[in-house]
Design a protein around this ligand. Structure first.
Ligand code: PLP
Length: 368
């Protein structure tokens, strides 16, 4: 178990793993999580890896006396093939967070800032800051979008850097309009890369946005991050990747720690081999539960941001620093506070049973 001192040390070292941060946020509530607590705080997927991936893990575990170095080029090719890319257009890491670390190392510096709207997924700006690299955070617009013109203006002012847009955005769940992303790509200043984090893109069905993978294929200064932690249900296995032009991949590659384990790699390939149906079916099940939650929040007259992700952010109308611990005391762990949205709660979509427990706890805590 990681002690509080140990966690602080990890943070200082730049290892700001999202899951650690989430669990630590729960620890800091000073509320003992009751037995049977449902964990709706870290945007994990309620279903685990598909059966074929579990079988692959069992087989790989038996062969794990070997390094399997020679298998990896084919494994990377398989991951690249999901999006019709070549093996040299992806960098695979222990979760997409590792790929993000590589991008921060390669494309930001004390003079070349990490530029993002705020609040968003915090690992990138936290790592850049821990490295002593410049960080520019601009507020999200009143409709929770990244203001691409301002982000580009900041990159121009600094003479380069990395612009980060999370699409759909964590914690708000809304999407970045495709016109905005297109404008940013067309207007990227010199020495600037645009990183689009598509960790939650599999859950999107809105025609308002589109994947930025097409810009990678067009050879633009664009990086696209994807993960197996969300819809594939493999958060604990740690696999994700960044897609980009081969020369950009080469710049990031020296900063990678190691390769992912053969158990994880084989599980990922087994899931990919199941084809797009796996993702489509999981998305359909998730959206059904998400729609049901949104209808519940609407019925309770709680303002909700339209989500295209596997979580929903809504306004409790009360201080989240008090509502979060009150929910935990009832056995429901919810997302941590996301200042300056001090009355907003982010809730991950879980199983139907978990959502029933969430609804009952919320009704009691808010008296709605
Ligand atoms: C937007 C976003 N990007 C990336 C990640 C990291 O995922 P992983 O490192 O598990 O691939 C997360 C985790 O929750 C996230 O919310």
């Amino acid at each position: 178990m990681i002690t509080r001192r140990g966690f602080a040390g990890l943070v200082a070292a730049g290892f700001t793993e999202f899951a650690f941060a989430q669990r630590s946020a729960v620890d800091s509530m000073n509320v003992q999580a009751p037995k049977g607590t449902v964990w709706l705080n870290a945007n994990e997927f309620p279903e685990g890896p598909p059966a074929a991936a579990l079988d692959a893990i069992a087989r790989a575990a038996k062969e794990s006396n070997r390094y399997h170095f020679t298998e990896y080029p084919a494994i990377y090719q398989s991951i690249a093939s999901i999006e019709g890319l070549k093996g040299d257009q992806v960098l695979v890491g222990a979760g997409s967070t590792e790929a993000l670390h590589c991008a921060v190392e390669a494309f930001t510096s004390p003079k070349r800032p990490f530029i993002c709207a705020w609040p968003t997924f915090e690992s990138g700006p936290e790592l850049a800051a821990a490295q002593g690299h410049a960080v520019v955070k601009l507020p999200l617009t009143s409709d929770y979008r990244s203001d691409v013109r301002q982000l580009v203006a900041e990159a121009k002012k600094a003479g380069g850097g990395m612009i980060y847009i999370c699409n759909p955005n964590n914690p708000t769940g809304n999407v970045a309009p495709k016109q905005d992303i297109g404008w940013a790509v067309r207007n990227l200043p010199a020495d600037t890369v645009l990183l689009i984090d598509e960790a939650y893109f599999h859950f999107n069905t809105s025609p308002e946005t589109e994947s930025a993978m097409k810009y990678v294929k067009d050879g633009k200064n664009v990086l696209v991050m994807r993960t197996f932690s969300k819809i594939y249900g493999m958060a604990g296995l740690r696999a994700g990747y960044v897609a980009a032009r081969p020369d950009l991949i080469k710049k990031m590659a020296p900063f990678r720690n190691l390769q992912i384990s053969i158990t994880t790699a084989r599980a990922v390939v087994a899931a990919i081999d199941m084809g797009p149906k796996l993702v489509e079916e999981r998305r359909a099940r998730l959206i059904r539960t998400r729609d049901d939650l949104v209808a519940f929040l609407k019925q309770k007259k709680l303002n909700t941001i339209e989500s295209q992700a596997n979580f929903v952010m809504f306004d409790t109308g009360r201080d989240i620093n008090q509502i979060g611990p009150a929910m935990l005391a009832k056995g429901v762990a919810v997302g941590r506070p996301f200042p300056p949205y001090n009355t907003m709660m982010r809730i991950t979509i879980g199983t139907d049973a978990e959502m029933a427990k969430f609804k009952a706890a919320l009704s009691e805590v808010l008296s709605v």
